[in-house]
Design a protein around this ligand. Structure first.
Ligand code: ASP
Length: 436
């Protein structure tokens, strides 16, 4: 067995959390490759080390004093080192960082130090080899992650390692200049490493026991999902559910390596399995619910629209010409509705309306704002009759007016539109109906 384990910032926020993470690694010999994030928040009002680094570097860049900020960061690491009783001194590392900050080494370099330093501590504590991500994760000249070159370098480097700690979140250009992924990018590093070593499983340790069926800020103590497919996860992540960085799926997906989301504070929980495909039925007909607020619906009416060739294209042209992307486009016989993000659309709405009139000559255009969309996702829906019926009767009972319905042809999801103010009530009602 060969397992890659990634720990998020909250799992490494202080010495106590570090110990839990190390116990998890030591509990299973298969856990040979470890990807740490930077130390996260120790309490809600705390600051993540990555954020401290951004602030510190911004000061260095504008030639303001940054030494006090850097010292505060050093203190965070010192606390961890002392709490673990390690014989490790980071003075030299911090001297180099100070020098590079003074020389304006770049925001990416600055942010990456959070993971880099945590990696050094983790490697020392576990007795594992430390491998700097800058030497094995490669970006191309355009700043895009170079998957194939990285895989070659990484696979041959890790072949020689019995076990190793590879910091998350960053890599480097060919010339060695450091570059980070987008925020939360340590998830991607873990996935890249899992692919390179052909891991049996990629364990992603965080502070929740897996992926929850609904947002815990809306539904009290929602159940967690036992198994979810990559495609279902994509749908839910796109609609705003977050646990894993969106791009983290791709490297492991191509090798069909399952991801297991686990809770560092409750290692006995089995968490959520993210897999390519499964014959396991999910416990409920639906796998998850997610949604977003802040949409606008542009209703375009025209008699006999159904028989007019090219009408839809002309309407969409008006949006395209104004640089606005659309989310959904349900249509009826004489009407067509285009769902757009309100914040993108608000400034340009009159231009778009004029363009639709000019290009498509509709009878009437009406705009409705403050709408939300909710996706109800589940691979089980395809083979279960009556799901839509149950969904709509749940919403009717909760007194919610449904403004839009859109069922993807994959039968993996049903998307509904409701008023922003009904968003939370709708999610609760759907959850209560399907998760008994
Ligand atoms: N430390 C980085 C961040 O805060 C990357 C990560 O945690 O995955 O975004």
């Amino acid at each position: 067995m060969n397992t890659v384990v990634k720990f998020g910032g909250s799992s490494l926020a202080n010495a106590e959390q570090f110990k839990k993470a190390a116990d998890i690694v030591r509990a299973d010999k298969a856990r040979r490759f470890v990807i740490p994030s930077a130390p996260g928040k120790r309490f809600p009002a705390d600051m993540k080390v990555t954020d401290m680094l951004y602030v510190c570097y911004a000061k260095a860049k504008s030639e303001k004093g940054f030494k006090k900020d850097l010292l505060a960061i050093k203190k965070r690491y010192q606390e961890i080192i002392d709490g673990l009783g390690l014989d490790l001194i980071l003075d030299d590392e911090f001297a180099v960082i100070e020098k590079n900050f003074t020389a304006h080494a770049g925001t990416s370099y600055a942010a990456s130090r959070g993971e880099y330093l945590n990696g050094i501590i983790m490697a020392k504590y576990l007795g594992f080899e430390f491998i700097d991500a800058a030497s094995v994760i490669r970006f191309d000249e355009d700043g895009h992650f170079d998957a194939e070159v990285t895989n070659r370098i990484l696979a041959s480097r890790l072949e020689k390692a019995e076990n190793a700690v590879i910091p998350g979140f960053y890599g480097a250009y060919e010339n060695g200049k450091v570059k980070t992924f987008s925020r939360g990018g340590s998830d991607i590093t873990g996935s890249i490493v899992a692919r390179a070593v052909m891991a049996d499983v990629y364990e992603n340790w965080t502070d929740v026991s897996g992926f929850l069926i609904a947002d815990p800020n809306i539904v009290k103590n929602p159940e967690s999902i036992e198994t979810i497919t990559y495609r279902e996860l994509r749908e839910l992540a796109y609609m705003g559910a977050s646990v894993l960085h969106e791009e983290a799926i791709f490297p492991v997906r191509r090798e069909a390596i399952p991801i297991n989301i686990r809770n560092t504070n409750r290692p006995e929980d089995s968490g959520t399995w993210i897999v390519e495909s499964t014959c396991q039925k999910s416990k409920y007909v639906i796998t998850g619910i997610a949604g977003k607020k802040g949409f606008c619906a542009v209703n375009v009416d025209k008699d006999l629209m159904n028989s007019e060739i090219g009408f839809g294209r002309k309407v969409l042209q008006a949006f395209e010409d104004n640089g606005i992307s659309f989310e959904h486009m349900p249509s009826g016989i004489d009407t067509l509705t285009v769902f757009v993000h309100q914040d993108e659309f608000a400034d340009k709405e009159q231009k778009v309306v004029a363009a639709i009139h000019r290009l498509a000559h509709p009878d009437h255009i009406e705009i409705e704002g403050d709408l939300a969309t909710i996706a109800v996702v589940g691979r089980g829906m395809k083979s279960t009759r009556g799901t839509a019926g149950r969904l709509f009767s749940a919403l009717t009972h909760a007194n919610i007016n449904i403004r839009m319905i859109d069922q993807g042809s994959s039968e993996l999801n049903i998307i509904i539109g409701v008023a922003n103010e009904d968003f939370e009530t709708a999610i609760k009602a759907i959850y209560d109906t399907f998760v008994e």
